[in-house]
Design a protein. Structure first.
Length: 145
């Protein structure tokens, strides 16, 4: 099955349904089921994003798992497939349909919607419980699952 690696906390935000659009500098023609993989590394700026911008949503996740720290590996697994989702479209971020979606909820905070980028739209997200350890890759990759 096709897979896409996201750095944490974005992978968990997709898995919990708080993030339904992934922004990339490149588009893809593939449509269908895709696995969401959490990268093994989590750079400092991503940690800062988790405890700043994404804290409220991730705190809900931490409470669900019974942990107190949003950076706890139980909340933000790494090096693992955390969800599957249906990739339904890939549109320019300036497309009117994307701009309408950004008016609802926190989605705008979770992506780079600058001109020239692409919005990958997900629906029917299914969380992997527990996450499945896997080595990721750049681009859209074949997971073997």
């Amino acid at each position: 099955m096709k897979a896409l690696t996201l750095t944490q906390p974005w992978a968990t935000l997709v898995a919990m349904g708080a993030k339904r659009i992934e922004t990339r500098s490149w588009r893809v023609s593939y449509r269908g089921r895709i696995l969401i993989h959490a990268a093994a590394s989590m750079p400092g700026e991503c940690r800062n994003f988790a405890v700043g911008t994404a804290f409220d949503d991730l705190e809900v996740e931490a409470q669900r798992l019974g942990v107190s720290n949003v950076l706890d590996p139980a909340v933000l697994p790494r090096g693992a497939i955390v969800a599957s989702a249906k990739l339904i479209d890939c549109l320019p971020t300036m497309d009117a349909r994307i701009q309408r979606l950004l008016r609802i909820g926190p989605e705008r905070r979770y992506g780079d919607y600058s001109e020239g980028r692409w919005a990958w739209l997900f629906e029917d997200v299914e969380r992997m419980e527990p996450p499945v350890p896997a080595k990721g890759s750049l681009g859209l990759w074949e997971s073997g699952l």
